[in-house]
Ligand binder design. Structure first.
Ligand code: 6PG
Length: 253
């Protein structure tokens, strides 16, 4: 089974945001045309923010039928939604409050409630929208940390090996904080995944993830594999500098 990822390398930060936003718009159009609804899960952290801001530009966001779009989150810090650490707050300010997305179509992880309850509630919300036990989110956006984590699947944590539950609460020692996160069981159902990786600081870990030995407990990002090239990596030149033999799809201008 071909599980090779598709790697897109872009030249500059401006190109990165534009190409990533264009990728999202193209997927939204195709999925809505085919199935009448597009469900996306947003990534947290800092990398996606300029992508969301680009996506929120009127000339770009006009390409998405927001009435037929639902937004979930791949993970959340267990903080209130107004907290500066909140992934929801970042996405709300950069994108959600700037586009005509119905409020009921924003599915927030409840960072302010007890983590296990938040995880259980989120899993139920996914199953309720999809009316099935194995929801297939059309496009999941993810980032990677310097330690190889993705979403809140951190090295050495039980969440990385979760095969039954779709969403779990995980205490992260290195962050001294609780997180709620998609599990590999849910990520395995995704239509497509787009990893967003930017900056020289990610070059070493990106090379290890894409070209090093498969060790998902050490590099949880490696656990995200889908057949048919449905895992996409979008990286700027600086982040991709260490790649020697990854199957490039192309260098986006
Ligand atoms: C989070 C994210 C996390 C993030 C990486 C990269 O909640 O922090 O979900 O997985 O994507 O840590 O973060 P940066 O984009 O800030 O480098």
């Amino acid at each position: 089974m071909n599980t090779s990822p598709t790697v897109h390398v872009v030249d500059s930060a401006a190109d990165f945001a534009k190409n990533a936003a264009d990728f999202i718009v193209s997927r939204a159009k195709a999925v809505i045309e085919k199935r009448g609804r597009f469900v996306i899960a947003l990534a947290g952290g800092g990398t996606p923010k300029p992508v969301y801001e680009q996506l929120a530009r009127p000339e770009v966001s006009a390409g998405i039928d927001w009435d037929k779009t639902h937004v979930f989150f791949g993970d959340e810090r267990c903080v209130p939604p107004a907290d500066e650490q909140s992934n929801f707050r970042m996405a709300r300010e950069a994108l959600l409050e700037r586009v005509p997305l119905p409020e009921a179509h924003v599915h927030r992880m409840l960072g302010e409630v007890e983590p296990e309850l938040a995880a259980l509630a989120y899993e139920q919300e996914l199953k309720r929208l999809f009316r099935c036990e194995r929801p297939a989110i059309d496009l999941v956006l993810l980032g990677i940390g310097g330690d190889g984590h993705t979403a809140s699947l951190f090295p050495g944590t039980a969440a990385v090996r979760e095969q039954d539950r779709l969403v779990v609460a995980q205490y992260v020692d290195k962050m001294a904080s609780w997180r709620v996160t998609f599990t590999p069981a849910l990520l395995d159902q995704a239509g497509e995944v787009l990893f967003l990786v930017e900056g020289a600081g990610k070059a070493e870990v990106l090379q290890r993830i894409l070209e090093g030995p498969y060790q998902p407990d050490v590099l949880p990002s490696q656990r995200v594999q889908l057949p048919g090239g449905r895992v996409h990596w979008m990286a700027d030149q600086a982040a991709a500098a260490g790649l020697q033999n990854s199957p490039y799809v192309g260098r986006c201008s």
